[in-house]
Design a protein around this ligand. Structure first.
Ligand SMILES: NC(=O)c1ccc[n+]([C@@H]2O[C@H](COP(=O)([O-])OP(=O)(O)OC[C@H]3O[C@@H](n4cnc5c(N)ncnc54)[C@H](O)[C@@H]3O)[C@@H](O)[C@H]2O)c1
Length: 442
C-alpha cells in the first residue's frame, strides 16, 4: 500500500440498518453467504473493481482493498430497526427476493438479527402498521432513544465503528423549510418542540447516528440529510453523510444512456419512464405523497446531463414553457411482480435535420438484487471516508445514488453522468490511498 493517511480498518464494523425489508435482508443474506464461500458478491465495486493508480511505467490496476484499508466482510456485524418485529430470517422469507436454498444456509445468522423498535410516525408511511415502534413524546426523545440503541449495540457487539444505513420505506415528501432545516440550532429546537411536520423520523436516525460518531447513508429519496442543518451537524461531528436514493434500475440505465445522446450531439424531445413493482416498497410508493418524494429524486437525473441552456437546439424542446424536453416518471404498484420490477423507457430523440427516432428500453430487473451490492459499497466506503478524516457530503459516492447531494445553497450542481461519477469515485479512492487524483472530470 502507498503512503496513505487513512486509518486502518481495525476491529469490527457494525452496520445498523433502518428497515428490515427486501433490500436489507437481501444485503445481509448475501454478505453471510459470501462469507461462507457459498455465493459471490457480484455487482459490488469494493469487492471486484480494479482501478488504475500511477501513470506511465508505474501504472498498475489494483482492487480497492489493495489501495485503501477496507473493512473485510468477515468483520461486519449487522443490526436493524423495523416497525415489524420479525427477525431477519423471517423477513427475508417474507420478502421472497431470494430462494429458500439461498437463505437456509445462513438461517442461524439471520435469526439472531431481531429488529429494535422503530422510530416511526404513521403519518410518514400510512400503508405500514407494525407495532414494533418506540413510544416517545417528542422527536428529541426519539433521537435520545436511537442514540441509546446505537451505544448499546456498539458495546454489546464489541464494534470498533458503526455505520447507519437507511433502507427503510420512502417517507412522504418533506419540503425544505428554511426556518427549520437550514441551521442546526433551529433543527434541534424543532425536535425539542416536537415539530412533527418538519422533522421526519429519518431525521432523528440521522441526527442520532452523526451524534454517536457514525456515518449516515440515505438509501431512499428522503430529504433527511439533504438539508444545511444536517451538513452543519456532519461538520461538527466530523462524520460523512451520503444520499440520496440507491441508483439501481431505471435511473442507472438513464444516467448511463443519456451520455450517449449528449456525447453524439443528438437531440431529445422527451423521455418517458414507467415501472411496475409489487413489493412493499411499491405499496408504500402507491401513496401519492410518498411517490412525490421518489418522483423528485428520479426527475433530477437528466437535467444535469442534457442541459437545455447549454444546447438549446438539442434539448430546448417540449414542456409548457417550451424550454426543455418532456421528462415523465411513473411507478405503478402491481403485486404479481413482487420485487421483480419491470421498467420501460421510451426515448424520443432526433437527428440530422431534426428527423425523429425512438429508443425503447425494457429492463426486467430485480430491485433488491441490484440494491444489495450498493448497500455494501456505500457502507464500506462511508466507513473508509470517516477513517480518512472526510466529513460532510461525500460527493464521490454519487456513483451509487439517484439524486446525489450537493450544496444547492451555493448553486452547486449535482453530477449525474455515470461516467463522471465513476471518475470521482476513482479519484477519491486514489487520494485516500495516498495516490494522486489524476483524472479530470469533464
Ligand atoms: N430496491 C431498489 O432498487 C431501491 C432503489 C432505490 C431506493 N430504494 C429504497 O430503499 C428502501 C427499502 O426498499 P425495500 O424494497 O427494502 O422496501 P421494504 O418495504 O421491503 O422494506 C422497508 C422496511 O422499512 C421499514 N420501515 C419503514 N419505516 C421505518 C422506520 N421509520 N424505522 C424503521 N423501519 C421502518 C418497513 O416496515 C419495511 O419493513 C425504500 O425506501 C426504497 O424506495 C430501493
Amino acid at each position: 500500500m502507498n503512503q496513505s493517511k487513512t486509518k486502518p480498518a481495525e476491529g469490527k464494523l457494525g452496520i445498523m440498518i433502518v428497515g428490515n425489508g427486501a433490500v436489507a435482508t437481501t444485503f445481509m443474506t448475501g454478505v453471510f453467504m459470501a462469507r461462507k464461500g457459498l455465493t459471490k458478491p457480484v455487482g459490488s465495486m469494493t469487492q471486484y473493481d480494479k482501478i488504475r493508480v500511477g501513470k506511465g511505467q508505474d501504472k498498475k490496476y489494483l482492487k480497492y482493498d489493495e489501495i485503501v484499508p477496507l473493512t473485510q466482510l468477515k468483520d461486519i456485524v449487522f443490526g436493524c430497526w423495523d416497525v415489524y418485529p420479525q427477525n431477519a430470517y423471517q423477513a427475508a422469507m417474507y420478502a421472497e427476493v431470494l430462494k429458500e436454498k439461498d437463505i437456509e444456509p445462513v438461517r442461524d445468522e439471520l435469526e439472531q438479527i431481531c429488529p429494535m423498535p422503530a422510530a416511526f410516525d404513521k403519518n410518514y408511511a400510512k400503508r405500514l402498521d407494525g407495532d414494533n415502534v418506540k413510544q416517545c413524546n417528542t422527536r428529541w426523545e426519539m433521537v435520545e432513544m436511537l442514540r441509546e440503541d446505537i451505544r448499546r449495540f456498539k458495546a454489546e457487539k464489541e464494534c470498533a465503528r458503526i455505520v447507519v444505513l437507511w433502507a427503510a420505506s420512502t417517507e412522504i415528501y418533506v419540503p425544505i423549510e428554511k426556518k427549520v432545516h437550514y441551521r442546526l440550532a433551529d433543527l434541534e429546537a424543532a425536535m425539542k418542540a416536537n415539530d412533527r411536520k418538519h422533522i421526519a423520523p429519518s431525521m432523528c436516525y440521522a441526527y442520532a447516528a452523526l451524534s454517536e460518531g457514525a456515518p449516515f447513508i440515505m438509501g431512499a429519496p428522503n430529504t433527511t440529510v439533504d438539508i444545511p442543518a444536517m451538513w452543519e451537524l456532519a461538520e461538527k461531528t466530523h462524520m460523512p453523510i451520503a444520499g440520496k436514493d440507491f441508483k439501481t434500475g431505471q435511473t442507472l440505465v438513464k444516467s448511463g444512456f443519456a451520455p450517449i445522446i449528449g456525447t453524439r450531439c443528438l437531440g431529445l424531445n422527451g423521455w418517458f419512464s414507467t415501472n411496475i413493482l409489487g413489493n412493499r416498497d411499491g405499496l408504500v410508493l402507491d401513496e401519492p405523497e410518498n411517490f412525490r418524494t421518489k418522483e423528485v429524486s428520479k426527475l433530477s437525473t437528466l437535467e444535469t446531463i442534457l442541459k437545455p441552456d447549454v444546447q438549446p437546439d438539442l434539448y430546448g424542446h417540449g414542456n409548457d414553457e417550451d424550454t426543455q424536453y418532456f421528462h415523465k416518471v411513473r411507478i405503478n404498484y402491481y403485486p404479481p411482480r413482487n420485487d421483480n420490477k419491470e421498467g420501460w423507457d421510451n426515448i424520443d430523440i432526433f437527428g440530422w435535420m431534426g428527423y425523429p427516432m425512438q429508443v425503447k428500453i425494457n429492463f426486467l430487473c430485480r430491485d433488491s438484487i441490484l440494491a444489495a451490492p450498493l448497500c455494501l459499497d456505500l457502507c464500506l466506503l462511508s466507513d473508509l471516508a470517516a477513517r480518512a478524516g472526510q466529513y460532510g457530503i461525500q460527493r464521490f459516492l454519487s456513483f451509487f445514488l439517484k439524486s446525489p447531494m450537493h450544496d444547492y445553497t451555493q448553486n452547486e450542481e449535482a453530477v449525474n453522468n455515470l461516467y463522471q461519477q465513476y471518475t470521482m469515485l476513482k479519484n477519491a479512492i486514489r487520494e485516500m490511498g495516498g495516490y494522486e487524483a489524476d483524472e479530470e472530470i469533464d
